[in-house]
Design a binder for this molecule. Structure first.
Ligand code: SAH
Length: 346
């Protein structure tokens, strides 16, 4: 049999069944090998063509340079609560973080969308390290495959809450969501995309009519406070951000989650809860309060449990749906906002 060897420029991870079939055919192989390839990549975790023992030996050897698009695990650390943080080395040597969070019958993966982050939010370790580049689609999907393999358990939920701002990498984020949903079989409703808000992007995202959850990092009840915590808020008024979120609800029929980090004595006072409630009354939304996870560079403090509960009760009195999310993985520096490239030691 003659085999036509083509080096694959776009890695295979991230490709759909139709694209993989097209690819094997371009390699001079029969179409049914596309389905085999799909299965070996997404279900059996093949890292190279050589792994795929159902393929003819001659082809496997000839095409062994094919880039499937998998990262390697640079470091793996386990927190006492079972959360596992992975530092993954990408094809070009950059390192990103992915976190596996097991709960009773679920496995959630917190994925990164960029190497570093350009948003520079003051309370977030990732932002302190600056921005390097966007992740390609396969680099996002690979994080999920890696965690799934490591836990030997199907991933049920994905949160785009790792390093980076997904709306600044919207095309690859959407392509990755398609793959996670259609190729790996993760329900769209189990996927959450978190954004600090980039003007015009929430509307753009809504136009794709996905059934994923949008989480918006609000963190403040007024514009002045928000600008203090989030530099990019200077170019995006709270009013405009909330308007865009209303459009998201209208276009998708899905409620929005508002994330609000609680920083002691800064944004956690009763008047902030009242102010936040006044913006959100009647808004199809849910507030997720996140008691601050400490990072080295700044001296914000996590509020006491009593202050957290006071904040909750004021929101509840205003009929705002609210829950408190204590991050998992604190001890492994794997919790929200603690993911940083500088933690990496080779
Ligand atoms: N850029 C996106 C996604 C990454 S951050 C965004 O901003 O939403 C994911 C969540 O972790 C966000 O709500 C973010 O604000 C929160 N976070 C960042 N630093 C944190 C910290 N130190 N403690 C608790 N949550 C933090």
């Amino acid at each position: 049999m003659t085999t036509l060897i083509q080096s694959s420029i776009t890695p295979l991870v991230g490709k759909s069944l139709a694209e993989l079939t097209e690819w094997v055919q371009a390699q001079g192989q029969p179409a049914y090998r596309g389905k085999q390839l799909h299965q070996w990549i997404y279900e059996r975790g093949a890292r190279s063509l050589a792994d795929i023992t159902v393929f003819p030996k001659q082809w496997r050897t000839a095409a062994e340079d094919t880039n499937i698009g998998r990262s390697t695990i640079h470091l793996r650390s386990v927190a006492p609560d079972g959360t596992v943080k992975f530092l993954l080395r990408l094809g070009d040597g950059h390192i990103i973080e992915a976190v596996g969070i097991p709960t009773e019958n679920r496995l959630t993966v917190c994925v990164s969308s960029q190497v570093g982050c350009p948003m520079a939010c003051d309370f977030c370790a990732t932002g302190k390290g600056g921005f390097v580049r966007n992740l390609a689609t396969h680099e996002i999907v690979d994080q999920v495959l890696t965690v799934q393999e490591d836990f030997q358990q199907r991933v049920s939920n994905i949160v785009f809450m790792g390093m980076g701002e997904p709306m600044l990498n919207i095309d690859n984020t959407i392509a990755a969501i398609r793959c996670l949903n259609q190729d790996i079989g993760i329900g769209q409703r189990g996927i959450t995309v978190s954004t600090v808000g980039i003007p015009g992007h929430i509307r753009r995202f809504a136009e794709h009519q996905l059934q994923v959850t949008l989480a918006v990092s609000l963190h403040a009840s007024n514009q002045t406070l928000r600008e203090h915590l989030i530099p990019s808020a200077h170019r995006y008024s709270l009013e405009a951000l909330l308007d865009e979120c209303r459009d998201y609800v209208r276009l998708t029929g899905r409620r929005v989650t508002f994330e609000y980090i609680l920083l002691a004595e800064l944004n956690d006072c009763p008047e902030h809860a009242l102010e936040l409630g006044s913006h959100l009354r009647g808004f199809q939304s849910h507030v997720n309060l996140i008691p601050y996870n400490p990072i080295q560079e700044v001296d914000y403090k996590r509020p006491t449990e009593a202050r957290v509960q006071k904040f909750v009760s004021i929101l509840k009195k205003q009929h705002i749906a609210v829950s408190v999310r204590y991050s998992r993985g604190l001890e492994a520096d794997a919790a929200c906002g603690q993911l940083r490239a500088s933690a990496i030691r080779s």
